[in-house]
Ligand binder design. Structure first.
Ligand code: CP
Length: 346
């Protein structure tokens, strides 16, 4: 029988001994981490997602130590290149990489040579010449991390690109659901993603991750903020099904998880919403609406929040909210991904 990670840990235990090998995991086949990059979750099999979850379990054990630092990435350099604002993703990658003893370089595009007109390709080549092994990139243009990966010699991690993908957010969301739901599984659970789905890279990556894990996924919002998702749902991409609706009542009834999404005012063009007030009135996650869900439903939000618009302050900070857990789990998930990518077979 496999010894649980928590029972094998001692303060001196190297992190790779904390992580159960795939051989030890009941029911899974042995796999080494096969991906050089993490660009979206659609590239991951369910076994690989499971490996990320179990590696994050081990990283949480590291984070529980008095000094949460291990030598796993000593001598490796992680560069964090963000062309968009961020608090959670940028800081958790930095904290996680430092916990793994990597050398960390932070570049904000606005104060780099990007402001002088340097192209993405030249910037990535420059970062490689400066010694980066892993590049974490956020960019407002969908697909930018794929371009970066095509010219970078190390590993690229997508920290969010345009409307397209936010894979590390989806993985930390799945991790948080498994942590907080009874029996630790999302299989068969009704997970509602409510809000500005149209502009949400979080929603798109969560559709991949959650349907792979067997959740009953519902996307809900005003029709203008769901454009294109009906067609995706009907196509059943990869054999996966999810429900798209503008009925908040249908979506929230008996939900196990309700994830509110930020209204992305900065991406809102063309009169998609009459007003934020009308949105809040018709779709905001209030206590009354949350009462349609199961009494033990959990409330999530990837952040940053517009409190009083997509989520009422009392719900954001209420007993059912696991929003702070999402942020904390972001460190463990990003440590797990950096660790796996650093050992990837390429
Ligand atoms: N959820 C998320 O990506 O938050 P930040 O923009 O603060 O990184």
């Amino acid at each position: 029988m496999t010894t649980p990670v928590s029972e094998r840990q001692s303060p001196e235990t190297p992190v790779d001994e904390l992580i159960p090998s795939v051989d030890e995991a009941p029911g899974s086949r042995p796999v080494a981490w096969p991906h050089r990059h993490l660009l979206d979750v659609d590239a991951l099999t369910i076994d690989e997602i499971e490996t990320v979850m179990r590696t994050a379990d081990a990283m949480r054990q590291v984070l529980a130590r008095p000094i949460p630092k291990v030598p796993a990435l000593r001598g490796r350099s992680v560069t964090i290149l963000f062309y968009e604002a961020s608090t959670r993703t940028r800081v958790s990658f930095e904290v996680g990489a430092k916990n793994l003893s990597a050398d960390v370089v932070n570049i904000a595009a606005a104060t780099s040579s990007v402001a002088k007109g340097e192209s993405l390709v030249d910037t990535v080549r420059t970062i490689e010449a400066l010694g980066a092994d892993i590049l974490v990139i956020r960019h407002p243009v969908s697909g930018a991390p794929y371009l970066a990966a095509s010219v970078f010699g190390g590993s690229v991690v997508n920290g969010g690109d345009g409307w397209h993908a936010h894979p590390t957010q989806a993985l930390l969301d799945l991790y948080t659901m498994r942590q907080r739901l009874p029996r630790g599984s999302v299989a068969g659970r009704k997970v509602v993603i409510l809000g500005d789905v149209l502009h949400s890279r979080v929603a798109r990556s969560n559709v991949w991750a959650l349907t792979a894990a067997g959740a009953d996924v519902w996307l809900c919002g005003p029709p203008t903020l769901l454009r294109g998702f009906d067609a995706w749902a009907r196509a059943g991409a990869g054999g996966r099904r999810f429900t798209v609706t503008s009925s908040v009542v249908d979506a929230l009834r008996d939900a196990d998880v309700v994830m509110a999404l930020r209204i992305q005012k900065e991406r809102m063009t063309g009169g998609l919403l009459p007003s934020l007030r009308e949105y809040a009135t018709r779709y905001g996650l209030t206590r009354e609406r949350l009462s349609l869900a199961r009494p033990d439903a959990i409330v999530m939000h990837p952040g940053p929040m517009n409190e009083g618009v997509e989520i009422a302050p009392a719900v954001a900070t209420g007993a059912q909210s696991v929003i702070a857990d999402q942020v904390a789990n972001g460190v463990a998930i990003r440590m797990a991904l950096l660790y796996l990518l650093a050992g990837a077979r390429t």
